[in-house]
Design a protein around this ligand. Structure first.
Ligand code: 1HE
Length: 263
């Protein structure tokens, strides 16, 4: 298929989960302007009909980042507008209404890492490797990485990755807090789907509060954060769904929590 007829992003609703696939494997899922728009369409649809979503990549790599061929041709102002569009679309994932989970394998580099950083849970398989090669390409992160990746793994580690061009293994990235799960080769999508089903079973208002209150509270002073928490907590408890779920627990209609399985 050529670049005009190809479905750059696949979309499928599996039960309550939207499964969104970067689908440009011949270019290692490099993110072009059209691919950003396709992600926007997928995010909008997922928000309207799913309770959680998983993003994965077709082929051997999750995503090679910004489409460098397209970027090379861009005048200055279009480059700024393009970056701002990434920000707007990735924020639809990050601060939306449903949780997004990324299933990572192969290259998770540049804008691909920025995309993953805008989602709520990252699952990597053993083949994944992380890089921020912008310095080697003579450019800078433009998909929100300076804000999100820096906060996720720490500014010093991000600086190191950008200055040295080093790639980072999934095990190291897990230690750094950049991914939450490392699984066997080929298992990232299944694991992400399992996690998405769990998240989808929560009350939607609780998930909304996690997605929208937690990151804001993290930016507040301690006093403001604690106050905001009390208000959000009380509002969440007032929903009919919360009342029903609390009743279900007290009347022993829900499963009890269990200690985790041994690692
Ligand atoms: C691309 C891109 C791309 C591959 N833009 N076309 N990202 C990077 O600097 C990463 C650049 N890519 C790579 O290092 C490698 O391609 C991979 C490690 C990801 C995969 O290697 P490999 O050997 O499987 O594939 P390949 O042969 O390098 O690439 C296959 C094709 O995809 C080839 O095109 P072809 O026409 O010669 O077949 C490549 O040119 C093409 N391709 N990656 C365009 N990124 C909002 S700011 C974000 C800033 C950034 O993301 S900077 C980081 C950019």
């Amino acid at each position: 298929m050529d670049g005009t007829t190809q479905t750059l992003v696949t979309y499928e609703l599996q039960g309550e989960i939207a499964v969104i696939g970067l689908n440009r494997p011949e270019k290692r899922n490099a993110i072009s302007d059209r691919l950003v728009e396709a992600l926007h369409v997928a995010a909008t649809r997922a928000r309207s009909e799913a309770r959680a979503a998983v993003i994965h990549g077709a082929g051997d790599h999750f995503c090679a980042g910004l489409d460098l061929a397209e970027h090379r041709e861009k005048p200055l102002f279009e480059a700024i507008q393009g970056s701002r569009r990434w920000h707007a679309v990735f924020t639809e994932f990050e601060r939306g209404e449903i949780p997004f989970i990324t299933a990572l394998h192969g290259a998770v580099v540049g804008g691909g890492f920025e995309l993953a950083a805008a989602t709520h849970i990252r699952v990597a398989d053993e083949t994944a490797f992380f890089g921020l090669p912008e310095g080697q390409r003579g450019i800078f992160v433009g998909g929100g990485g300076s804000v999100r990746v820096g906060r996720l793994i720490g500014a010093a580690r991000m600086t190191d990755m950008m200055l040295t061009g080093r790639t980072v293994s999934p095990a190291q990235m897990e230690q750094w807090g950049g991914v939450s799960y490392v699984v066997e080769k080929g298992r990232a999508l299944d694991t992400a789907m399992d996690l998405a089903r769990k998240a989808a079973s929560n009350a939607p208002m609780s998930n909304y509060a996690v997605l929208n209150a937690l990151p804001r509270i993290a930016e507040m002073s301690v006093e403001d954060g604690l106050f905001t928490e009390s208000v959000v907590s009380a509002l969440t408890s007032e929903t009919p769904e919360a009342k029903q779920r609390l009743r279900d627990f007290l009347e022993k209609r829900t499963a009890r929590l269990k200690a985790p399985d041994a690692p």
